[in-house]
Design a protein around this ligand. Sequence first.
Ligand SMILES: [Zn+2]
Length: 90
Amino acid sequence: MLRLIFFIFVALILYSLLRFFFKSMLSSRKKKDGKQELEELVQDPYCQTYIPRGSALKKRVTGRDYYFCNDKCLKNYVQKEVKNKETKNG
Ligand SMILES: [Zn+2]
């Protein structure tokens, strides 16, 4: 009798383990699908290069969102924009 209870217990554990594996497999698939959405390309307004939005640097300049390929382009573009504003005002 004890053996039977032990067998049922093991079967239950195996069943829950299988369910856990299936769930984790499904969730990892969903994560991969979400990554594809991030692969949308955005243009760097400073050097005109296209970069995936996921790896681009986002910066808000004069009320608009811009994406840059690296920190150098970001700083150069912001400086240029600030200079343009100053010349307009002065
Ligand atoms: Zn750039």
